[in-house]
Design a binder for this molecule. Structure first.
Ligand code: SF4
Length: 291
């Protein structure tokens, strides 16, 4: 099995310093929606300058390089254990090269490990086996702490919000999460929402949908409609970029539906900040492609 440590370091560099084009395009379009001279437009213009400079200098887009979350689709016959070792080696090396800030802090002893390696949980790595003739795909998302702090999970029915166990209830709690995030979490944001599951799977799936490109709609027309509606209605709340007021609070919403127990109805909202760092590498034989 090929050693991909250097290629994974390059994946980390690209993810940390170069926002995907679909995100950048959506943020650029948002600048034009804000009034000339407004604080909202100023904040977005600063964000755009920051994005360009980071790409040019290969420096992190934000000082918080976030929780690294890998999703690995590995062909049958590859070793997940060896891939984990390579990913961890690449993360330590990328931290030395300053593509990542040392972010792994032992929560019990309050000690930063200095190399972005904690126990098996940091970086977070999720493996899925695919057929032997499929390429190896490694996706990486860097999820900032500020936006992670404003993620929320609701157990429906939620009497205070008048939210029942249906899509109307999901809409109410999702808008509540956006409202409560205002001024924190570095808007404009992207909402990843999962409906159902247990508490753990619900949060995991609400993040997994964030690997999809901006504008990807759920195949279920009802959920696709709700995705569009939530983006539109979030933008009517007037929270705006970095909470300065304005038209752009959320640039996209992605929803996934899961199975649930008859007794439970969880809705998890993962909030991703404008620094929506998400990249992938695809390995076919000797060839490595980055997206
Ligand atoms: S929430 Fe995002 S943009 Fe804000 S500080 Fe954290 S990583 Fe940076």
């Amino acid at each position: 099995m090929k050693d991909l440590t250097n290629e994974i370091i390059e994946l980390i560099r690209r993810t940390s310093s170069n926002l995907p084009k679909d995100v950048e395009d959506r943020l650029r379009a948002a600048v034009e929606k804000e009034a000339p001279g407004s604080a909202a437009r100023g904040a977005l213009e600063t964000i755009m300058k920051n994005i360009e400079l980071s790409r040019k200098n290969s420096t992190p887009i934000c000082q918080d390089t976030g929780t690294p979350i890998f999703r690995v689709h590995y062909p049958e016959g590859w070793s997940a254990r060896k891939l984990r070792e390579q990913i961890r080696g690449a993360m330590a090396e990328a931290t030395k090269k300053n593509f990542m800030r040392p972010n792994a802090v032992d929560a019990v002893y309050d000690k930063n490990t200095g190399n972005n390696l904690g126990g098996d949980d940091f970086p977070s790595i999720h493996f899925e086996e695919v057929d032997a003739d499929q390429p190896l795909t490694i996706e990486l998302m860097l999820k900032g702490g500020g936006c992670e702090n404003v993620g929320r999970q609701y157990s429906l029915p939620h009497n205070e919000l008048g939210a029942g166990r249906d899509l109307a209830g999901v809409r109410k709690v999702a808008l509540d999460a956006v409202q409560k995030a205002q001024g924190q979490g570095c808007a404009p944001g992207i909402l990843g929402i999962s409906i159902g599951g247990d508490r753990g799977t619900s949060y995991i799936k609400s993040k997994e949908v964030l690997y999809d490109k901006i504008g990807t709609r759920n195949a279920d027309p009802e959920l696709a409609k709700l995705e569009e509606r939530l983006t539109e209605e979030s933008n009517q709340l007037g929270i705006g970029p970095m909470g300065f007021g304005g038209q752009t609070t959320v640039i996209d919403t992605k929803i996934t539906g899961l199975s649930r127990l008859p007794a439970s109805y969880f809705v998890s909202v993962s909030y991703m900040c404008w620094a929506y760092r998400r990249r992938k590498m695809v390995v076919r034989g000797e060839e490595v492609e980055y997206d």
